[in-house]
Design a protein around this ligand. Structure first.
Ligand SMILES: Cc1cc2nc3c(=O)[nH]c(=O)nc-3n(C[C@H](O)[C@H](O)[C@H](O)COP(=O)(O)OP(=O)(O)OC[C@H]3O[C@@H](n4cnc5c(N)ncnc54)[C@H](O)[C@@H]3O)c2cc1C
Ligand code: SF4
Ligand code: SF4
Ligand code: SF4
Length: 352
């Protein structure tokens, strides 16, 4: 028997359970983690099994006991404390999670807010903290796809928020297959959770793999078609032709042909992805460093440093201009996000 064929002690369902408990219930965040290392899964409109899964064969297993796809999914059972212990170092700050430092500022690069994420990536690449960064690149219209950026130009091109699900975590497997060992990833809180689960379940034993995680604050995300429809209906703008989309202070603002129009974010309720109604993480509690707009003035970013790795990266910023940060505002929104969870419904395993 070759080395990779290990006797299966407990029969498990692998992808079948993921499909039944997450995908078919519309809890999938489309993070791409399940497909990152498994060639049986492809990301179509949803993740799909294209070939027989190895766990369907008696007595053999090529991945974890439950199936790596199930283990790494951000919507399956998650031991957040275990992940905090494994990756973070700082004070436990209630709603905000582990915090070493809370600050806000900008750094002179054109970004969505203070350009901090782009500056962190540029500084990390320049100082060889990582060899590449997984960022979201705008494609046709306002759609986006993840890319493995290896140059400052690509990182700058990826700046700006895309309010659609982009399967960022799917690229970790590809980057490692390409020979990359030090990787940065930007992601929403669910994507950071998936990355941490992947690190713990699969990558812990692999030598020299180092992943830096930059989390984005996230209250909700949208389905592309539904958001396009709403933008046309409420603002008379084709989303695909928008220059910038911004959600802040309760308003959805879209700039097109140099003109900005806006409406209340509440009017977009029908375009929100279903999985976002079952999410309690606003500030990316498991990231090395989290960045958002809430809590700081317009044109600045709020920054939460949660690990030594995050601190080292932050200390490399050359042109950081600090400003005041409103901690209470962040805490209020974090609680509001929890209140919005549809607790009365059937819940995804992560919330049980
Ligand atoms: C779906 C979504 C919802 C958000 N909601 C809030 C909110 O409610 N409140 C708040 O304060 N902040 C929110 N943010 C974060 C905010 O919009 C900014 O991304 C953040 O403040 C960083 O700004 P910056 O200028 O430092 O980033 P930039 O320097 O512009 O860099 C942004 C980085 O994010 C990456 N990125 C863009 N879109 C995505 C995506 N969909 N998935 C993964 N990576 C992506 C880009 O590739 C780029 O590397 C949200 C972000 C997203 C993606
Ligand atoms: S990750 Fe494992 S359980 Fe999941 S589909 Fe692939 S082989 Fe099957
Ligand atoms: S791992 Fe991500 S893409 Fe796969 S089922 Fe879970 S949420 Fe969806
Ligand atoms: S609200 Fe939660 S589930 Fe939805 S995209 Fe943001 S982090 Fe992911």
């Amino acid at each position: 028997m070759s080395e990779i064929f290990v006797p299966l002690v407990k029969r498990s369902e692998g992808f079948k359970a993921l499909k039944r408990e997450v995908i078919d219930k519309d809890f999938c965040t489309y993070c791409g983690a399940c497909a990152s290392f498994c060639e049986h899964i492809v990301l179509k409109e949803r993740p799909e099994l294209v070939e027989d899964c190895s766990l369907e064969f008696e007595d053999v297993i090529q991945c974890g006991e439950n199936g790596i796809c199930y283990d790494v999914c951000p919507m399956t059972e998650t031991d957040e404390e275990e992940l905090e212990d494994a990756f973070l170092e700082g004070e436990q700050d209630g709603e905000l999670g582990i915090v070493r430092k809370l600050t806000a500022g900008s750094c002179g690069v054109q970004g969505q807010d203070g350009g901090i994420v782009t500056c962190l990536l540029l500084a990390g690449l320049k100082n060889e903290i990582f060899e590449c960064a997984i960022v979201a690149m705008r494609t046709s219209g306002f759609r986006a796809e993840p890319i493995i950026a290896e140059s400052g130009e690509e990182i700058k091109e990826g700046a700006g928020t895309k309010y659609v699900a982009v399967p960022m975590v799917s690229k970790i497997g590809e980057a490692i297959k390409e020979g990359k060992r030090r990787i940065a990833i930007v992601g929403t809180p669910c994507e950071i959770r998936a990355t941490r689960k992947l690190q713990l379940a699969l990558l812990e034993e692999v030598e020299n793999i180092d992943i830096v995680t930059i989390g984005l604050f996230c209250f909700e995300n949208f389905g592309y078609e539904l958001l396009s429809e709403k933008t046309r209906e409420l603002l008379g703008i084709e989303l695909g032709k928008a220059e910038k989309v911004q959600i802040s202070k309760g308003r959805y603002r879209v700039r097109s042909k140099g003109e900005e129009r806006s409406c209340k974010v509440a009017a977009l309720e029908d375009a929100i992805r279903n999985n976002c109604f079952y999410c309690d993480d606003f500030t990316a509690r498991l990231a090395d460093i989290s960045v958002g707009s809430l809590g700081s003035p317009e044109g600045f970013s709020t920054v939460i440093i949660r690990s030594k790795k995050g601190e080292e990266l932050f200390n490399l910023l050359e042109d950081f201009v600090p400003t005041d940060v409103d901690r209470e505002e962040i805490i209020r929104t974090t609680s509001l996000k929890k209140d919005k969870i549809r607790w009365g419904d059937e819940l995804p395993p992560v919330l049980k």
